[in-house]
Design a protein around this ligand. Structure first.
Ligand SMILES: NC(=O)C1=CN([C@@H]2O[C@H](COP(=O)(O)OP(=O)(O)OC[C@H]3O[C@@H](n4cnc5c(N)ncnc54)[C@H](O)[C@@H]3O)[C@@H](O)[C@H]2O)[C@H](O)CC1
Ligand SMILES: [K+]
Length: 512
C-alpha cells in the first residue's frame, strides 16, 4: 500500500484539476465510497442508524455526500453540522438539502448518539491545523464517552480520525478513536506511525478516481507480507555455508556481554552462513558457551571486558574475508570503544555492507559532521533517543515528525536509516521510504535492538540490499514479536525469546 503526506495529496489534487477532474468530482466519489463502506458495516451488524459528524471543510463535504447516498438507499441518517450557518459550495449545499435530519446542537447530538449504530467521523481530515476546541472538541469527546458505554456503536473515520495529523501521526487529546478508517485516494502516512496506529483501527483505501499516472512518483509504501516475501533471500539446496554470507559482529563489553549473544544468534537464526563475534577476549568463553556455532575473534584488552587500542587493527586485518560488518551493540561509550568504532569505519574494505547500531551511533553523534567522514551508505538503526542525539534534536521533535526527519536525515547523511518505535520507518538515502505499521509492547525491552541489528546483518549476508534488508529485518522482528505476544502476552517476553521464532516466521512467510 502506498502512503503519502498531505502536501503530496494536495499536489495530486492540483494535478487532477489540471486534467479536468474537479474537487467536487473527487468528493462525490469519496462520499459514495464512504457510503458503500458504511452500508456494508451496517449490514454486518444489522443496523440502520447512521450519525454523521460533518465539519466545515472538504472532509465534512465527503461526509455529507455519504449521507445523501445512504439516505437514498433507505438508511436512517442524521447529521451533526456545527457550521450550519456557514455558506457552502453547491455540492455541499445540495447534500445538506437532501440529507434530512440535520442539527447543530450538542443536546441533539447526545440524543442521536444514544441509538446510533454507526458514527461517520467527517469533522476534520488533512486540513486540521490547530488544537481541537469548542464544539468540535465537545462533540468528539461526547462521542468517545458514549462509545465507552455502547461498544456496539462503531466509528468509521473518513480519510483519518478527526484530530490526527495526516503527516506525523500526532494526535489531539480529543481525537476520536476509529474502528475503521477509509482513507481517500491514497492512504495518509500519519495513520501508520506514532499515535495513528492506535487511533485508526482497520485502514482501507477508497478509489476516488485519481488517475494512476498521477501517483507514480510516490516513494513511500507500507511493509506488507507480499513485499516481504518478494525480498526474502532464496536458499539453494546446493548451497554451502559460504553461500549465505560471512558476518563479522563487533559487539559487547564488560557491562553488555549479552548484546553479542543476541546479535550473533539473530544473524544465524535468519540464515547467515557464518558469524564471527569480535569481542574482548575475557568475554569470549562466556559468549561461546551460548553460541558454539559462531567463530570468534578475541580482541586484546586494556582491562577485563574492554578492548584496547590495537583491537581495530586486528578487526581490520580480518574484515577483508567478510561480506557484512555489524558494529555497535553493547560496545559502551568509553574512549577505547570510540577509537575502535572510528578506526574501523575509517578503513573499511571496499564492498563491505555495514550496519551501525547502538553505542556506535552514540559515538558517531559526538563527532561533528561525522557523515562527511564516513561517506559510504550503511544501515543505521537508531531508536528515538539515539536519533535525537544524531539529529541534535529533542526526542519530542523527532516524535513530532517521524517521517519528515527520517527522510531528511537519511538524505543528508547518505545512509539507510531505520527510525525504530511504533510505526518503524525505513528510508534510503534517495528518499524511498518503508513503514512497518505495527506497535508492539513486546519489543519495548532490553536487547530487542541487538536482535534487530543481527537479523539485518544475517539478511545482508545472504545478498539482500541495504534498504530491503532494513525493511525485511524490521518486518521479521515484528512478526516474531507478534507471535510471542499472542503466545505469551505483552509483558515478560525476553529479547532472546525472539530468536527461535525467527526461522518459524520466515517459514510461515514462505508458505503463505
Ligand atoms: N485531497 C483530495 O484529493 C481530496 C480530499 N478530500 C477531502 O478533503 C479533506 C481535506 O479538506 P480540507 O478542506 O482541506 O480540510 P478539512 O476538511 O480537514 O478541514 C479544514 C477546515 O477545518 C478548519 N480547521 C482546521 N483545524 C481545525 C480545528 N482544530 N477545529 C476546527 N476547525 C478546524 C480549517 O480552518 C478549515 O476550515 C481530506 O481529508 C478529504 O477528506 C475530498 O473530498 C476529495 C478529494
Ligand atoms: K475525519
Amino acid at each position: 500500500m502506498e502512503i503519502i503526506s498531505s502536501v503530496q495529496m494536495r499536489q495530486i489534487e492540483d494535478a487532477c484539476l489540471k486534467q479536468g477532474i474537479s474537487t467536487e468530482t473527487l468528493m462525490e466519489n469519496a462520499g459514495r465510497a464512504v457510503a458503500v463502506f458504511a452500508r456494508h458495516l451496517l449490514e454486518e451488524q444489522n443496523g440502520c442508524r447512521v450519525l454523521i459528524l460533518a465539519g466545515a471543510g472538504n472532509n465534512g463535504g465527503d461526509g455529507l455526500v455519504a449521507g445523501r447516498y445512504l439516505r437514498s438507499w433507505g438508511e436512517k441518517v442524521s447529521i451533526f453540522v456545527p457550521f450550519i450557518d456557514t455558506p457552502k459550495g453547491t455540492t455541499v449545499q445540495g447534500c445538506l438539502e437532501a440529507s434530512g435530519d440535520i442539527f447543530a446542537g450538542l443536546a441533539e447530538l447526545e440524543e442521536h448518539l444514544a441509538d446510533a449504530d454507526l458514527v461517520i467521523d467527517a469533522l476534520l481530515g488533512t486540513g486540521v491545523n490547530r488544537p481541537l476546541e469548542g464544539i468540535y472538541k465537545e462533540a468528539l469527546q461526547m462521542t468517545a464517552n458514549v462509545r465507552n458505554t455502547r461498544p456496539e456503536m462503531q466509528v468509521l473515520a473518513v480519510d483519518l480520525p478527526s484530530g490526527l495529523n495526516a503527516d506525523t501521526g500526532q494526535a489531539d487529546d480529543a481525537c476520536l478513536k476509529a474502528d475503521f478508517t477509509l482513507s481517500l485516494g491514497i492512504a495518509k502516512q500519519g495513520l501508520f506511525t506514532h499515535r495513528g496506529l492506535e487511533l485508526s483501527g482497520a485502514v482501507s483505501v477508497a478509489d476516488i478516481g485519481i488517475p494512476p499516472e498521477l501517483t507514480t512518483d510516490i516513494q513511500a509504501v507500507l511493509i506488507e507480507k507480499d513485499w516481504a516475501k518478494s525480498v526474502l533471500p532464496v536458499r539453494s539446496p546446493h548451497a554451502n555455508k559460504g553461500s549465505f554470507g560471512r558476518v563479522m559482529i563487533v559487539a559487547g563489553s564488560d557491562r553488555y556481554i549479552g548484546a553479542a549473544i543476541l546479535a550473533g544468534s539473530a544473524a544465524m537464526r535468519v540464515g547467515a552462513g557464518l558469524v564471527t563475534l569480535a569481542l574482548p577476549k575475557s568475554l569470549t568463553g562466556a559468549v561461546a558457551s551460548r553460541i558454539p556455532e559462531a567463530t570468534y575473534l578475541p580482541l586484546p584488552e586494556v582491562s577485563s571486558g574492554t578492548a584496547d587500542n590495537s583491537a581495530a587493527r586486528l578487526v581490520l586485518s580480518e574484515l577483508g574475508k567478510y561480506d557484512v560488518l555489524l558494529i555497535g551493540p553493547g560496545l559502551g561509550q568509553t574512549g577505547y570503544s570510540a577509537r575502535l568504532v572510528t578506526e574501523v569505519l575509517s578503513n573499511l574494505p571496499v564492498g563491505l555492507k555495514v550496519i551501525i547500531d547502538a553505542d556506535a551511533l552514540n559515538i558517531l553523534s559526538a563527532i561533528p559532521d561525522w557523515w562527511l567522514e564516513y561517506k559510504f551508505d550503511a544501515v543505521l538503526t537508531p531508536h528515538l533517543g539515539e536519533m535525537a542525539r544524531l539529529a541534535k534534536a529533542t526526542t519530542e521533535a523527532v516524535q513530532s515528525d517521524r517521517f519528515g526527519l527520517c527522510q531528511k536525515f537519511a538524505c543528508k547523511w547518505g545512509k539507510t536509516l531505520i527510525l525504530k518505535g511504533a510505526g518503524t520507518i525505513v528510508t534510503s538515502p534517495q528518499g524511498e521510504t518503508l513503514c512497518n505499521p505495527a506497535a508492539n509492547p513486546v519489543l519495548a525491552s532490553a536487547g530487542t535492538g541487538d536482535v534487530l541489528a543481527g537479523i539485518i546483518g544475517g539478511l545482508l549476508g545472504q545478498g539482500v540490499s541495504l534498504f530491503e534488508a532494513a525493511g525485511l529485518g524490521v518486518y521479521l522482528h515484528s512478526l516474531a514479536a507478534e507471535a510471542l505476544r499472542s503466545e505469551i502476552g505483552d509483558a515478560g517476553v525476553l529479547a532472546s525469546d525472539l530468536l527461535l521464532k525467527l526461522p518459524v516466521v520466515i517459514k510461515g512467510l514462505k508458505q503463505d
